[in-house]
Design a protein around this ligand. Sequence first.
Ligand code: ZN
Length: 289
Amino acid sequence: MRLGTVDGRLSILLDGRAIDVERVSDGRFSAVADKAFERWDELVEWGHSRTADDAVGFDPAALGPPVARPTQIFAVGLNYRAHAAESGLAAPESPPVFTKFATCLTGPRSTVVLPSGNVDWEVELVVVIGRRAENVAESAAWSYVAGLTIGQDLSERAVQLVGPAPQFSLGKSFPGFGPLGPGIVTLDEVADPDDLELSCRLDEEVLQKGRTSDMIFGVPELIARLSAVCPLLPGDLIFTGTPPGVGMARKPPRFLTPGTTLVSSIESLGELHNPLVAGPAYDAQVTVG
Ligand code: ZN
C-alpha cells in the first residue's frame, strides 16, 4: 500500500488515482496524515481491503509530503563508501548523525526555491517509523518500520560547512530542502528492502546512481544504533545517506541550477519531480565560504 497526501488529506495512492481515507472510511480514520501512525496496523489492514472503485483521479501537483511534522528527523552522513571517498573522508566507524528540521519538508512535486548558488543534491532512502522503538535489536528492526519513501537531502554547502566544527543541520533545512514522497510504501510492496536501486537526475542528466545494499550501516543497524540513544517515535523519519555523485565532490564543484527539474527515483517507491527556481538570496547572519 502507498499512503500519501492529496490536498493535505491522507490518501491511498493508486496509479494516478487516490482513495481519500477519511471520507471513504466514514470518519473512522483521520484525514491528517501524521495521525495515521497512531493506528497504523489497523489502517493498513483497512486499506488493503479497498478497491479501485473507491478511488478518484487527482492532480499530481496536489501531492504533499506523506509526513508533515514528524517529531524527529534523523539524517545519516557518509553512509556509502564511494560517497565517503568522493568527500575525501574515510568510511566512518559509527554513523555521523544530524537532523533536518521539519519545516524543510515539502511535497514530491513541489517547486524548490534555491536560496543561493551552493545547493547540492542527495537522493536518499527514507525510513518512516511505525511504532515506538527503544533499544531495538537489529534482527527486529524492520518490524518497527511503517514503510519506505524517497527523500532529497538538499544541502546548502556553504552554510553546512561553516565554522570550526561544522554543524550540518541548518544548511540542510532551508524551506523546501526536504522533498519527500510520493507516498509511504509498505514493505509488502518492496521485493528486497535492503537492496533498492536509487538515482537522481537533473532534467535528463543522471547525477547519482547506486544501490541501498551498498550502505555501510544498513537500515536495521541504523535503527538499532539510533534507538539505543533516542526512542524512535511513530512518524519519525530517517534519511539514510546518499550514494556517490554529489555536486560538491565534482571537479570543479557543481550545484543545482534554476530552471531545471530534479528527479529522484528509488526502485519500487516511485519518483520525486521538483522544479528548481532562483529565490532572493538569504540574509546570511553568518560568514560563510
Ligand atoms: Zn544526506
